[in-house]
Design a protein around this ligand. Structure first.
Ligand code: NAD
Ligand code: TYD
Length: 351
């Protein structure tokens, strides 16, 4: 079996669902259930004995050690993290706690477990750490996309904490020989994404006639990858990646934010032809330290692991919008008081 951390979050729940749709290998899912973790994402697995959910913290070494001893997983996929840049600007402490100290404690427990495995199990074991392209910093418009050799230049508390965790993972390979893999992926979108991130926030605001807050001039560029493509890249890296190597994962799909928002407005109009969604777009103050552009060169994973995304942005964004239109109860359920507090804090002044 495998141990997935953060498997009740956006990418984690997609990963667990995708994994169990393709394989009967059991998944232990360790998740703290922060505001971003949601067991409703996994309700289709509630009667499925292949999925074992455990509420807990990756930073709780004794709980992690006990889980490892009990279930003897052959691999750990580490997705648990604080993941939202804007929240890291308002309050970086949780990011340091989970992304740095939590990863450190998870590595410690994993190392102690791995050291005692027999030689075949030891050789076959993998610790796959899921990271982000944001560790590489910001690119100017005409600079080449990030390769795995690009130096780390994180600019936000979020990306600095992820960079830190990547370095720890690297060090456990270099120093102790732990068979680690690191993936650095671009911006994901798709079902179950918490509506604090750009794409789901724009969809849910548009559907309730609220302003669509575009930071600054909206010309910041991100590379966008449909979440199930990220899941297939993680599976493939786990299967064939070389321990100690890092793999950039991207969608070959760079777009300025304003174009993403306009596309969402245009697609929503297909379902609601009488509504003028474009008029809801509102430029607001820019994010402090806002990275201008991220771009991923994903040729290494294509060349060495034969992975390429299956979705285009055109197909992925349609699927995403349909999912949000068909799952409005899920949206209502996640918009709790804590969510409203976050929206008032980050978008003060917007109606
Ligand atoms: P998310 O915020 O939706 O989910 C994170 C999950 O981790 C939640 O279920 C939360 O409860 C859990 N968690 C948080 N702290 C924990 C702790 N201390 N112990 C156990 N569980 C904890 O995040 P996501 O968007 O699904 O991202 C998952 C991973 O992928 C993160 O490591 C993130 O840095 C990385 N990543 C995300 C993107 C993206 O666009 N979303 C892109 C590249 C990489
Ligand atoms: P986000 O989804 O938060 O991901 P990240 O910051 O990790 O790239 O934001 C994506 C882009 O959209 C980023 O350039 C910030 C911008 N953005 C807005 O313009 N308005 C918003 O309300 C949000 C949440 C993001």
């Amino acid at each position: 079996m495998i141990l997935v951390t953060g498997g009740a979050g956006f990418i984690g729940s997609n990963f667990v669902l995708d994994w169990l749709a393709q394989s009967d290998e059991k998944v232990i899912n360790l998740d703290k259930l922060t505001y971003a973790g949601n067991l409703r994402n996994l309700s289709s697995l509630s009667q499925d004995s292949r999925h074992i959910f455990v509420q807990g913290d990756i930073g709780d070494s004794s709980q992690v050690s006990q889980l490892l001893a009990q279930y003897q997983p052959r691999a750990i996929i580490n997705l648990a993290a604080e993941s939202h840049v804007d929240r890291s600007i308002h309050g970086p402490a949780d990011f340091i706690q989970t992304n740095i100290l939590g990863t450190f404690r998870l590595l410690e427990a994993t190392h102690a477990y791995w050291r005692e495995l027999d030689s075949t199990a030891k050789q076959n074991f993998r610790f796959l750490h899921v990271s982000t392209d944001e560790v590489y910093g910001s690119l100017a418009k005409n600079e080449p996309a990030f390769t795995e050799e690009h130096c780390y230049q994180p600019n936000s508390p979020y990306s600095a904490s992820k960079a830190s965790s990547d370095h720890l993972v690297r060090a456990y390979h270099h120093t102790y020989g732990l068979p680690v893999l690191t993936t650095n992926c671009s911006n994901n979108y798709g079902p179950f994404q918490f509506p604090e991130k750009l794409i789901p926030l724009m969809i849910v605001n548009a559907l309730t006639g609220k302003p669509l807050p575009v930071y600054g001039d909206g010309q910041q560029i991100r590379d966008w990858l449909y979440v199930t493509d990220h899941c297939s890249a993680i599976r493939r890296t786990l299967e064939a990646g070389i321990p100690g190597e890092t793999y950039n994962i991207g969608g070959w799909n760079e777009k300025p934010n304003i174009e993403i928002v306009q596309t969402i407005c245009a697609l929503l109009k297909e379902s609601y032809p009488d509504t003028d969604f474009h008029s809801l777009i509102k430029h607001v103050d820019d994010r402090p330290g806002h990275d201008r552009r991220y771009a991923i060169n994903a040729t290494k994973i294509e060349r060495e692991l034969n992975w390429r995304p299956a979705e285009t942005f055109a197909s992925g964004i349609r699927k995403t919008i349909h999912w949000y239109l068909n799952n409005q109860q899920w949206v209502t359920d996640v918009q709790t008081g804590a969510y409203q507090e976050w929206i008032s804090k980050n978008y003060a002044g917007l109606p």
